[in-house]
Every structure is written in C-alpha cells, then in structure tokens.
Design a protein around this ligand. Sequence first.
Ligand SMILES: Cc1cc2nc3c(=O)[nH]c(=O)nc-3n(C[C@H](O)[C@H](O)[C@H](O)COP(=O)(O)OP(=O)(O)OC[C@H]3O[C@@H](n4cnc5c(N)ncnc54)[C@H](O)[C@@H]3O)c2cc1C
Length: 416
Amino acid sequence: MPEPSKIWDVAVIGAGAAGLMSAITAKRRGAEVILLDGKSKIGAKILMSGGTRCNLTNQNVTEKDFESEHKNALRAVLKAFSSEHAVEFFQNLGIQAVLEEGGKYFPSTHSGRAVLEAFLKEVNRLGISLETSRKVGSLEYQNGRFLICGEDFSYYSRALVLTTGGLSFPATGSDGAGYGMAKHFGHSLVPTTPSLTPLLTEDPDWKSLSGLSLPVSLSLWTDGKKKIAFEGPLLFTHFGFSGPSALNISRHWIRLRNADLFADFLPELSEERLRDKLLLQAGRHPGRRLKNILTEDLPERFVEVFLAKQKIPTALTLNQLKRPDREGLLRRLFHFPLRPSGFKGYEKAEVTAGGIPLSEVDKNTMQSKFQPGLFFAGEILDADGRIGGFNFQWAWSSGALAGRAAADLIRTLDVK
Ligand SMILES: Cc1cc2nc3c(=O)[nH]c(=O)nc-3n(C[C@H](O)[C@H](O)[C@H](O)COP(=O)(O)OP(=O)(O)OC[C@H]3O[C@@H](n4cnc5c(N)ncnc54)[C@H](O)[C@@H]3O)c2cc1C
C-alpha cells in the first residue's frame, strides 16, 4: 500500500453520535479533520433512537443517571458540556429541542433522520472529509503521528479521536473493535456487559400478556437487601420483559448475577392501602367480585392472568376471599419474583456497560493518559446511562471535549 501523502490534523474513527460531535467541534476550532466509518451508511443509532424520534438529551443530567467505575470524572465531563450546551448546539444546527415528560428532549420534528441530516449538512458545510466503508483495522504511533490502516487504505494524523462505540447493536457497526485498538496503547477494559437490554422469561402467563404495558417498580435484592430499584413502564413481550423499567434494571440484573428481581405492580399504592380497601369493600359490598376491585387500578388482562397464577377464580367475590389468599395476593402484587430466564444480549442492547476506564483518560480533555494525541469519546468509555437521553448526552459531552482538546493540541504543536 502506498504511503499516505497527507497528514491530517485530527482523525476521528467512528462516525456515530460521539464521532460526529468530535469532528464538528475539532473542525470549528480550525483543525483539518478526517472522519472515518466502517459502514457505508452512517448514523444508524441516531436513526433508530427513541423509537426513531431520537431522545436527544435530558433537562436534568447528573452522574447519578449513569453507571461507571469513576463517577467523578463522569461528572466533570457532563459539566463541561452540559445538556444546555447540547440543546444550544442543536439549535444552531436548526434542530429545535422540545421538552417531554421526564425531562426528555426530542427534536420538534420527532425525527432521528432530521438530526442525522442536520449533522451531515454541518459536516459538509465545514468541509470535514467524511469517508465511509473505511473499517479501521490497526493504529500505530510513529514519528509524532498516527498511522491508521484498513484493508485497502491508510491515513496519517497528528491527533486521533477513537469513537468506535461499544458492542451493542453490532449490525450498526459497533463491534468492539476499538477496545483492541485502545489496548494496543496500553489501555485496560472494565469488563463489558449489555445494558438496556430486554429480559427473557419462560413463563407462558407473562408471554400471554404480550403487548401490555403497565407502570411498575422493579427492584433487585441480594441477601434480603434491596440493591436498586427503577420505576417506569414494564412492557410484556412474546419473549419476556421490556419497557423502561426492565431495560434500566437489566445491566444490574446481568452484573449482580444471583440477585432476585421483584416487581411491584402497584407502585402508586401500598400493601396497607389495598388491604384496607379490600376489607372496607368486603364489609360494604360482600358480593362484589375481587377482580372488579383490582381492575380499578390494573388492566383487566393483567388481573385475569394474575388471579389465575394465584389459582384464584375470576368470579370470586370478596366474602369468599379467605385471609391467607388475600395476604398471599397482596404480597405477590407488591413483591412478585419475576425470575427472568436470561437477557437478549448485545444484539438488542441500547448501550454497552463497561469499557475504557475513565481513570485512564484526562477528564478535562478526554486524552489518553498513556498515549499523547489519542482521545476517546462516547460509548467506548466506561459510562452507561439509563433511558431518557442520557447516553446521547454522554456522547455529546465527551465528543465535544475530545474534539476541542484534539484541535487545541494541534494548535499548540504548531506554535512550538
Ligand atoms: C435502538 C437504540 C435506541 C437508542 N435510543 C437512544 C435515545 O433515544 N437516547 C439516547 O440518549 N440514547 C439512545 N441510544 C443509545 C445511543 O444511541 C448510544 O449511546 C450512542 O449512539 C453511542 O454513540 P457512539 O458514537 O459512542 O457509538 P456508536 O453510535 O455505536 O457509533 C460508533 C461508530 O463507529 C463505527 N466503527 C466501529 N468500529 C469501527 C472501525 N473499526 N473502523 C471504523 N468505524 C468503526 C461504527 O460503524 C459506528 O458508526 C439508543 C441505542 C439504540 C441501539
């Protein structure tokens, strides 16, 4: 292969959310930027995100919305380029962010495609060299520059931003290749697992509720102690459990291994209040059906399956409900062991937990502590957020910092 004739100031490897942000930021600060991606079409995750509506960021973002081994570094990065900065950045690209429930920001067009198109327009306007179908296979650092090689191409750059993502949704191009490249420069890896991935069940009763969504609280317990809980919709599917509460708890269930997963199907009520209600109603309307009381707070389809699971006939009246059955029912409604049989894995995980430790990068610049001129941003790093726009915010924050610092590094080298 002929030696590359040009030396780029900054090469960004991976044109996902973090790579696009890094490349645009570096170019705006005066660097000559090349942006490489292994896929022929970029931005698959931006297109599919938020059910194609693209949950851009969140109004309230703190390190508490994420998991990482180094939350202090995470906090610093999120502060340096906040969700307000992100909203302003998108406004400048012509994307108006509108606020929805839970502080979620979506583009006013409700379209991930509009977001991707705005990015591509800016890449074009700035004159960033975007090269697709360029799957990078190896990186070397020699004589003050990086040699970037793929099957039939090679490039030189003075600074390099690695934004190849994690292992989630590999069909979109992120297959973990970046971890090996980082390792080559001495980096380690916080062990990875899927995060925000659906959970599986073998229970035909739950499967029969496919398509039903209800607000729940899911909690994980080990040795009788609650470890973590998430409130939000639980979606029953033909294979198991999805929806925000199941997705949010998945990475913890996977990583805690033997923890027990419990569902509280009535998070707005308490066991005591429902007991009082049942007793009061039994006194006033002894012939009323139990099912009809429960359907005041729960969907009928769910109540029917749930009562059948407890071997309680749906026609049972309140005066027929024996105390042990009532107590068993109450306990299970508020503390039901879901016992997932597994999880969907990286193929369906919205994000990867684990990655390059934040302790191995400078939190102000995202520069590697081992290799000068090498920067990281996005999902390749050990930071994964919950549902709500947090993972994109991490890509925008870390991408903006890395792009800025990579361009500034080139400027200081030029002055010397
Ligand atoms: C279905 C789904 C829905 C989601 N919805 C939301 C949402 O609404 N809000 C939110 O905040 N987050 C959401 N996320 C998470 C969010 O999309 C990711 O956190 C974010 O895209 C990560 O950005 P990234 O740039 O770090 O990595 P990626 O987006 O994975 O980009 C990595 C890029 O690097 C390229 N690449 C990889 N290896 C190489 C190589 N060797 N050479 C060249 N190129 C390479 C890939 O082709 C890819 O384009 C969603 C994710 C999924 C899968």
